[in-house]
Design a protein around this ligand. Structure first.
Ligand code: SF4
Length: 505
């Protein structure tokens, strides 16, 4: 399926895959408000985090209704569908798949019946003990009218099944809130969860706080969202982050907070480099300012004689602003982006495909001709896009093309919700910086250092995950065969239920 909003600079070539975001979540508890519409606009602000499917679940206090489908938020919902979702609690999700295929069954919020009602849940992140959790689901007691079978093939459905199916030692079904304290400590990996039963909105964040999750206040209620930018769009004021290892519950008694694990913060540094919106704040630091500072530091570490600094729009823009400022080289727009090309669901024909990068970017020849350019981008994954870009700029008359990257070489895969290419496909795996520069056809290539990138975030290095850059993973990982996007599909292909199939002896 073609990607959504065309925001990514990494996948400029049709069919080329770069780092993909891994979902946006949103939740609201607000009696008297149009919670489905608030959620729609919240998801709209989080669309960059996932463009494969979108869904909203709403509770009116006696039942939960879920509406979800493949596509962008604006394609999935209209006035009629939103109008049918009435209630005072809502949970929304925009998905990019990291465990489980991009199919309707895996769209979120996931839904399960419980002994007391039902639960709807949205998840941003990716788990690393999926096989173990599948075994735990298989061990759940069978209850008439409720299934523990795993129909979907994503890790999220396992969490939902576990929360829905917990019992006390005497067999009495636990409430969703009680179940959370049994289940959440057993989940390993990245999870920012927003979920609800008929009466209560819940939000929980993994002990490392790898993906962001924030709490906001409405005049008549509460909002939780992946990014603070989603609070702004629905008129909520920022209250605070959900703490790593914290569970909050919101109902008519107010907001309750509890801890299911000690906080061991390891926020994803790539959120600051590329993933989050520039108008989002994470851990008290604005993302745009971090990116500008990365550009400044990059200019100091890797100066070059040049006439013009241009960004790869749009993710390279703040770093290019910082590079120009620190280097004294003028900043300009050398590339015009077609903002709408990624919104088509029509596969490009072979003729169009051959145009490659021009489908998304067109050079401003009058600006570029005869100039020695510094081209600033946020990261290089496979390098195909940057290679095409360098060629295009030369064809447009650039005298020199110097590529500067505001993150270090990506050498390791991410298991926490960002779908990079496989390790073998990463251009920095096995090639020196000089060799990569030659491969791109650039006059020079330089990356920012790891320490300079980290310093630009103002977050202490030990509190950040940098694993895709330095290979230091923030938690133990299981054997490679128990990791991977298609883990549950592989098992299901044999006709088995995923939970049974992955049950360990
Ligand atoms: S491996 Fe990279 S992308 Fe993944 S969580 Fe860590 S820093 Fe973020």
């Amino acid at each position: 399926m073609p990607r959504g909003d065309g925001r990514l600079s990494h996948d400029l070539l049709p069919g080329e895959k770069g780092p993909q975001d891994a979902c946006g979540v949103f939740g609201v508890w607000a009696p008297g408000e149009e919670v489905a519409k608030l959620t729609y606009f919240g998801l709209y602000a989080l669309q960059h985090r996932g463009q494969e499917s979108a869904g909203i679940a709403v509770s009116n206090g006696s039942q939960i209704l879920v509406f979800k489908d493949m596509g962008l938020v604006s394609q999935v919902f209209d006035e009629t569908s939103l109008g049918s979702l009435t209630g005072h609690i809502a949970v929304g999700h925009a998905r990019y798949s990291t465990t489980g295929a991009s199919v309707w069954e895996n769209a979120q919020p996931t839904f399960r019946a419980t002994a007391h009602g039902s639960i709807a849940l949205g998840h941003n992140g990716n788990l690393v003990n999926t096989a173990e959790l599948a075994g735990m689901v298989a061990d759940l007691p069978q209850t008439p009218g409720r299934t523990t079978r795993v129909a979907a093939t994503n890790d999220t459905d396992l969490i939902t099944a576990l929360l829905a199916g917990q019992t006390a030692p005497d067999g009495t079904p636990l409430s969703v809130e009680q179940a959370a304290h049994q289940v959440l400590p057993k989940i390993k990996g990245a999870f920012s969860l927003v979920y609800m039963d008929e009466h209560t909105l819940y939000a929980a964040r993994d002990p490392q706080g790898i993906r962001p999750l924030v709490l906001g206040r409405l005049e008549r209620g509460w909002v939780v969202a992946s990014e603070s930018a989603a609070l702004d769009i629905c008129g909520a004021s920022f209250v605070r982050e959900i703490e790593p290892g914290e569970l909050i519950a919101i109902d008519e008694q107010g907001l309750r907070t509890s801890r299911f694990a000690e906080a061991r913060p390891k926020g994803c540094v790539f959120e600051y480099v590329y993933l989050a919106r520039p108008d989002t704040d994470i851990a008290g630091r604005n993302v745009y300012l971090s990116r500008v500072e990365m550009g400044r530091r990059l200019a100091k570490e890797a100066p070059v004689d040049a006439d013009l600094v241009i960004p790869t729009p749009e993710s390279g823009t703040p770093a290019a602003v910082g590079y120009a400022e620190a280097s004294g080289i003028p900043y300009g727009s050398g590339l015009v982006k077609n903002s709408y090309v990624g919104r088509t669901f029509i596969q490009p024909s072979q003729t169009i495909r051959q145009l490659g990068i021009r489908l998304k970017l067109n050079p401003l020849k009058e600006v570029i001709r005869g100039k020695r350019l510094v081209v600033v981008d946020d990261s290089i994954v496979r390098g195909n896009t940057q290679r095409a870009l360098v060629r295009m700029l030369r064809e447009a008359g650039a005298a020199e093309v110097h590529v500067r990257i505001s993150s270090p070489p990506v050498k390791w895969p991410c298991f926490f919700g960002i779908d990079f290419a496989t390790r073998a496909e990463l251009i920095a795996n096995g090639m020196s910086v000089e060799e990569i520069g030659v491969s791109l056809g650039a006059d020079s290539l330089a990356y920012i250092s790891l320490d300079a990138m980290v310093e630009a975030t103002t977050i202490a290095k030990p509190n950040l995950c940098r694993a895709c850059f330095d290979g230091e993973y923030p938690m133990d990982l299981p054997d490679p065969e128990l990791l991977g996007k298609q883990l549950l599909e592989v098992e299901l292909a044999g006709g088995a239920d995923a939970a049974d199939a992955l049950r360990r002896p």
